[in-house]
Design a protein around this ligand. Structure first.
Ligand code: TYM
Length: 333
């Protein structure tokens, strides 16, 4: 046992990973890995809250694992696994569902956004999904959850459920803190800089994927929607330019102020082409490593199987405690 604090985070394999997923989450995970004991999961149970093509889901889940590793997360020191391989996630989710209030779940922005048009046809799983997310986190007695801005509300719910369970029964769960980075926790769409970059967007020009060609990335960034002010300013009045400055800052480590200064007299053409180059430079080694990893499926299998085994041990321990506290008769596991 070590005394490192625990991190848990995950990505839903419902689409290919975008630059938003990378800058808002995975890049931070890689940076935090030495300081924490980390569980980085591919949350496939979450993906099926909306229909997924089974073949695609299997393929994408493996590709996402390869992208975690390609992005620099070391499989020897971190636990990476498929959520569906550790059944304690679904089991704890049930118990947490039973202490979640409908009212609170109805207030989740992600649910409200989807429910606006077709609540009748949304799956019950989509509605209760924040309780499953809380289970993911609480099973590992997680201290810190590095996510993008859009997951903050779900994190609040996870904290609430942990506190509620602890006070209803007795101290059981660590109440987790959220971690979002100062810059890059909300990357916006390239075609619509007023809404977040999302892998489920219909317009492929709205997002950059971790695994696409340099050429595609360059074209998309050059085509991104900006404005006619022709000044590189980090301002809410210029959401497109503000987003590109954010991306450049997160990728290079330069401050937004430095970037403003550097491009004071430059046109948008030069600025966009530099952003595209910097993004490609960041993603190039990841793309190369990804290609190599996908040729070695046995290795990837070994990583997720060993990951599940390690995760299972920790998760079962928490679940056993929970079952005992709620009054289920213990059995020998
Ligand atoms: P998901 O799969 O939508 O996104 C994965 C991670 O990427 C971040 N992210 C972004 N960050 C910045 N800008 C963007 N445009 C952007 N788009 C996505 C998300 O905030 C997230 O951190 N419910 C979660 C998955 C999940 C999870 C968990 C996360 C399930 N269980 C437990 C943490 C802990 C989700 O749908 O993320």
């Amino acid at each position: 046992m070590n005394d490192k604090k625990v991190i848990f985070s995950g990505v839903k394999p419902s689409g290919d990973l975008t630059l938003g997923n990378y800058l808002g989450a995975i890049k931070n995970w890689a940076e935090l890995q030495d300081e924490y004991e980390c569980y980085y999961c591919i949350v496939d149970l979450h993906a099926v809250t909306v229909h997924q093509d089974p073949k695609e889901l299997r393929k994408r889940s493996l590709e996402i694992l390869a992208q975690y590793i390609a992005a620099g997360i070391n499989p020897d020191d971190n636990t990476m696994f498929m959520q569906s391989h550790v059944s304690a996630h679904a089991e704890l989710a049930w118990v947490l569902n039973c202490i979640s209030y409908m009212g609170q779940l109805k207030r989740m922005t992600q649910f409200k956004d989807k429910a606006r048009n077709n609540e009748e046809n949304l799956s019950a799983g989509f509605f209760t999904y924040p309780a499953l997310m809380a289970a993911d986190i609480l099973l590992y007695q997680t201290d810190l959850v590095p996510v993008g801005d859009d997951q903050k509300q779900h994190l609040e719910l996870a904290r609430d459920l942990a506190e509620r369970f602890n006070s209803k029964y007795s101290d059981t769960f660590v109440v987790p803190d959220v971690y979002t980075s100062k810059i890059g926790s909300r990357i916006m769409g390239l075609q619509n800089p007023n809404s977040k970059m999302s892998k489920s967007d219909d317009n492929k020009n709205d997002y950059v994927l971790i695994i696409e060609s340099d050429n595609e990335t360059e074209k998309k960034i050059k085509k991104s929607i900006t404005d006619s002010l022709n000044q590189v300013k980090f301002s809410d009045e210029q959401p497109g330019i503000k987003n590109l400055i954010t991306i450049l800052s997160k990728v290079t480590g330069d401050s937004t102020q430095d970037i403003e200064n550097k491009y004071e007299n430059a046109g948008y053409g030069k600025f966009k082409s530099d952003v595209a180059e910097a993004v490609n430079e960041e993603l190039k080694p990841i793309r190369q490593r990804f290609e190599e990893l996908m040729k070695n499926k046995d290795y990837l299998e070994q990583v997720y199987l060993e990951g599940a085994e390690r995760a299972e041990t920790v998760a079962r321990k928490t679940l056993r405690k929970v079952y005992k506290k709620v009054g289920f008769i213990p059995r020998k596991f």
